[in-house]
Design a protein around this ligand. Structure first.
Ligand code: AHN
Ligand code: ZN
Length: 305
């Protein structure tokens, strides 16, 4: 009986050790809380890395007033490859980290900021490794990598005075309204959020299916061809308010979220989510590879116009 030919990977190999080092480097700055010295230093590092990997770097800096009356800086960091190309793919992640650990059982530690190895640094690290590859092996389409700021300062669950407003995803809200290029559009977008934990399960997130079902099918189909169906199971997860939502609502690009979702947890996320366990102990090289290689295979098989 004839055996089907195995799928032949088109993209260069994603280096999981390199991605891991990019995650660790961010965590070593300390919590990347907007307005802090660590945030500033890490932002400088990320902008310099993108430039070093051959991207044209643009930054958006603006101050906003938050729910608590605090003035906070937003710093979106954008790395573009072939900005003149019409056909583009947008890859994004958030680089800020949550200033609280409101899912921590020890109430005394809820006010301390988390390390954000998975929640923040993992997606950013994977995209830096992709940027490193893009410099060495160009793709046919234009690519924009955006590191959004201020995703994760939503009002904490321990707050009793609820302030009406959309307090999550402030960096992506700002960019979606005021993109770095007038009338910016991409063919599609891929968000990576919490892609670093061992045995991650990237369920098909609700808004992704709603706004970009063809992209969901493309990405999950590519993962299956690469042998990663355990990480990208053909199952739906819940609806997550995340950076892809403003991007979709403002029609900048039909965008999906690759995010570790759990059906057997109270929160819908992995147990370390918004706790002090979200540190480097949680980061698994293979999960970084699964997410990174899948996204790379998608963009390296994308034809130009
Ligand atoms: C909400 O919990 C509403 N959104 C989660 C989005 C998020 C937070 N992703 C990472 N941290
Ligand atoms: Zn978070």
């Amino acid at each position: 009986m004839a055996v089907a030919d195995p799928y032949r990977q088109v993209s260069p190999g994603f280096n999981a050790d390199s991605a891991y080092a990019f995650v660790e480097r961010q965590v070593n700055f300390g919590p990347r809380i907007p307005g802090s010295a660590a945030h500033k230093a890490c932002g400088d590092y990320l902008a310099a890395k993108l430039a070093g990997f051959g991207a044209q770097v643009t930054e958006q800096k603006v101050d906003i007033t938050h729910y608590d009356g605090k003035n906070l800086p937003i710093r979106n960091i954008i790395g573009s490859y072939h900005p003149e190309r019409e056909k583009r793919v947008l890859l994004f992640a958030h680089w800020d980290t949550r200033p609280f650990a409101d899912e921590e059982s020890d109430a005394g530690r809820q006010l301390q900021p988390i390390a954000g190895a998975d929640d923040g640094a993992s997606g950013v690290g994977v995209l830096l490794e992709i940027a490193r590859n893009l410099q060495q092996h160009p793709v046919e389409v234009g690519i924009d990598i955006i590191y959004f700021d201020l995703e994760d300062w939503g009002q904490p669950s321990f707050d009793t005075d609820w302030v009406q407003g959309d307090w999550w995803c402030l960096g992506s809200q700002y960019w979606s309204e005021q993109p770095h290029v007038e009338n910016y559009k991409a063919t599609y977008g891929i968000l990576l959020d919490m892609v670093g934990a061992a045995n991650a399960t990237f369920l098909k997130e609700g808004y992704s299916i709603q706004h970009a079902s063809n992209v969901v099918e493309k990405v999950w189909g590519t993962a299956a061809k690469l042998g990663y169906a355990n990480y990208f199971p053909p199952k739906s997860g819940g609806y997550i308010t995340d950076d892809h939502l403003p991007v979709n609502r403002h029609h900048r690009a039909p965008s999906i979220n690759i995010i570790n979702l759990k059906t057997d947890s109270q929160t819908g996320f992995a147990p370390h989510w918004h706790t002090h366990r979200d540190d480097m102990h949680n980061i698994d090289r293979h999960s970084l590879r699964v997410a990174g290689q899948t996204v790379m295979e998608v963009i390296y098989t994308e034809l130009g116009e």
